[in-house]
Design a protein around this ligand. Sequence first.
Ligand SMILES: NC(=O)c1ccc[n+]([C@@H]2O[C@H](COP(=O)([O-])OP(=O)(O)OC[C@H]3O[C@@H](n4cnc5c(N)ncnc54)[C@H](O)[C@@H]3O)[C@@H](O)[C@H]2O)c1
Length: 317
Amino acid sequence: MRVLTDEDVERTVSLRETIEAVERAFALYSTGKVQMPPRVHVPVHEHNGTILLMPCYVPEMNVFSVKYVTVYPNNPSKGLPTISATLLVSDPATGEPKVLADARAATGMRTGAATAVSIKHLSRSKDGTLGIVGCGYQARWQLRATLEVMRVERLVVHDVVRSRAVDFAEEASRRHGLDAEVAEDIKSLATTSDVIVTVTTSTEPFLRAEWVRPGTHISAIGAFTPQMAELEAELVASAKVVVDSREAAAAEAGDIIQAVQRGLMRWEDVHAELGEIVAGVKRGREGDDEITVFKSVGLAVQDAAVASILLRRVGSD
Ligand SMILES: NC(=O)c1ccc[n+]([C@@H]2O[C@H](COP(=O)([O-])OP(=O)(O)OC[C@H]3O[C@@H](n4cnc5c(N)ncnc54)[C@H](O)[C@@H]3O)[C@@H](O)[C@H]2O)c1
């Protein structure tokens, strides 16, 4: 069995091919061609942590993988990453484990890829201003993946911890040559962005409906429990909402769950799964003034998409 570090994974799989694989994986999932049981959440209340187990079999990608991922929002104050993850990849023909990989980078890549696929299918413009709220580890991958599908003329970033936003803006201009600035508040970010990515550990909604311009596309990545939300319920209820999985969203997507609980929308108002749009079963954006929201909770099939590339490339070494 090959054992890979995050650096090995980054060297073995490109972001561009991750985006292509995740796009295909979403379509396979939404057309019933994937076996993906709901992920197991183990709350670790004593330490404000969550442990998640994410198995998935994708026959058309000839891969079975299971990811073990932990989310500990207090870790940065201890100098540790919020997310730790490990991916085990098996050959579905024999069940034999072939690859064991650190999956922090793979998680970043496949999550960035989800935003990229959403921009490809839902964003009005493929250029303009990108706003990113939350400037942690995932934000780096969100930016890199977005740059694969959008010409970012200006980047605006915000974080409750200002120094994180400053570091991220500096890194973005140094690494990607971007015109990057820190927004002092979320309102000024929202009122000037064409695409907004929210990628925080926030439990409270911070993006308000009244700030978001018609035609904006939002990719909401952070919240993954019914109690967490990044988007104000009024914003979710007034937007065209697309999810990664209806089943997973109903169990985990606090942004939508809270809007439904408050009677502002019904589950039937969720327009589509992203994979249905990729597969051509549902339409994407239908007008320049629509506000589109892609709510991602993160699916095991995205990890399987990366796993399939790893298995192909290093699984028989
Ligand atoms: N949808 C998915 O597939 C997926 C995948 C991976 C991670 N995530 C989620 O993304 C989130 C971010 O992960 P990370 O590894 O980047 O964490 P991180 O701790 O490295 O970064 C999160 C950042 O958000 C900031 N933040 C928190 N509340 C905020 C607020 N109200 N306004 C502005 N900024 C705020 C924090 O200060 C921090 O800098 C987590 O909740 C994680 O579970 C989702």
